[in-house]
Design a protein around this ligand. Structure first.
Ligand code: HEM
Length: 200
């Protein structure tokens, strides 16, 4: 039964890249609405094992933690710099919390990215992945400073400004990494293939 399921044919909508199992094909493509005739048979080039791990979406999930903490850190610091009397303990407490765990989440995103890249492209030395590694290293270095800065003297203006600087560098790297990552999500598995098999 399991083998039968694994061997089920896949079909791809040529114009939009949506991939479905044969048994789920309908009169129109559920993604773009074009008629069934635009579908053609699709062959998954990836081994089932690699594909299974990739579909856990470990990297796309992991990247949300550093991005969220960073926005949290920068917002709290900015509010504290502009309105120093507005709940200073809360703002600086929030910045302290975010800054202390930020680097760990960056490292987790970095490692999961390397695993993801290796699984999807078999190598992490392609031009885009090399660029992602360089920006990840810069982001990791910037993130390493945040625990020290929040722990030592977050009340000091210089520490706050340095934190803003590290945070802004990390944010810039995060944006570049996100853009590159988004483009990688749409290749290698036929675009919307990531959601094949699930009903929406
Ligand atoms: C801290 C570092 C990193 C951040 C913040 C980051 C960020 C992102 C983001 C936002 C996406 C798109 C996810 C989505 O739209 O749901 C993505 C996808 C991706 N990233 Fe990264 N990335 C990082 C490091 C890396 C590294 C080091 C590599 C590999 C060398 C890598 C390889 C990929 C790949 C292959 C994808 C496509 C996702 C997939 O295959 O499931 N990333 N990344």
């Amino acid at each position: 039964m399991k083998e039968e399921k694994e061997q089920e044919k896949l079909f791809i909508c040529k114009p939009c890249g949506y991939v479905m199992k044969e048994s789920e094909l309908e009169d129109i493509c559920p993604a773009c609405g074009l008629p069934k005739k635009v579908f053609e048979q699709y062959k998954e080039r990836m081994s089932p094992g690699r594909s299974k791990i990739l579909h856990l979406d470990l990297h796309p999930i992991a990247v949300h933690f550093p991005q969220t903490l960073l926005v949290f850190l920068l917002q709290a610091l900015l509010i504290n710099l502009i309105f120093p009397d507005f709940f200073p303990e809360v703002m600086l407490g929030a910045a302290r919390f975010a800054g202390a765990i930020f680097p760990f989440t960056v490292v987790a995103a970095f490692i999961s990215g390397l695993v993801d890249g290796k699984l999807r492209f078999k190598s992490v030395t392609t031009p885009i992945l090399k660029k992602k590694i360089v920006y990840s290293i810069i982001m990791t270095i910037a993130a390493m400073f945040t625990p020290f800065l929040v722990w030592h003297n977050i009340d000091d203006l210089n520490s706050k400004l340095l934190l803003m600087l590290c945070g802004s560098i990390a944010l810039f790297c995060g944006i570049v990494l996100g853009h590159a990552g988004k483009r990688l999500m749409n290749i290698g598995m036929g675009g919307a293939v990531k959601i094949w098999g699930r009903k929406f």
